[in-house]
Design a protein around this ligand. Sequence first.
Ligand code: UDP
Length: 237
Amino acid sequence: MPALAHRRVLLKLSGEALMGDEDYGIDPKVLVRLANEVKDAHDAGAEVALVIGGGNIFRGAGLAAGGMDRTTGDHMGMLATVINALAMQDALEKVGLSARVMSAIKINAVCEDYIRRRAVRHLEKGRITVFAAGTGNPFFTTDSGAALRAIEIEADLLLKATKVDGIYDRDPKKFPDAVRYERLTYDDVIARNLQVMDTAAFALARDSKLPMRVFDMDEPGALLRILHGEAIGTLVA
Ligand code: UDP
């Protein structure tokens, strides 16, 4: 088996990535596909941690726009990420992996609390850890949760799965002549005002020199190819 270029990675999936063609919620077929991609990465020898968003169910900002108290909305958003994480844990186990959901807010009747040393131990034992509830604080996003946890567990790489295959100079869905960047520095992203992650997440990743690769998870095998060192998508480092 060829050596992996990245041994421990944290993969950030948006909640919307679980919806498939639905308008809301979770498509079980998508979950199984994603779980199989993670299985291939695990079987190749990688330690894989996941952070999943909650935007397929609730986002605090959206609820606040409808009149709800923002903090309550964010609490609901964080609980939505726990729902997604539990669904992913189930799918991971169905494909034969061992998985643990660890939540930043205590809900220990349904999953473990996030404890860094325990998370690292799970990873070392080959368990997939699914970090739920983002940072545990309102006014943050799961992108911040992903950057934070990636730094804490000393991941080699943060992988951000998006609907397009990297970072472009303009929205490629609107501008067919948009150009994809292969590699950017953190300063490039700021100078060019590229929307990669929210500012808090981005600042955290930059300050800790956490390399990040943005790629399209809908492309079968992309995750494994990245682990083997292929330059798919866009690297920010
Ligand atoms: N959230 C929060 N604090 C966090 C992470 C998430 O309050 O540290 C809430 C926030 O309301 C957010 C929602 O959970 O909108 C779902 O997360 P996110 O929007 O990041 O999900 P994604 O867009 O990745 O699906």
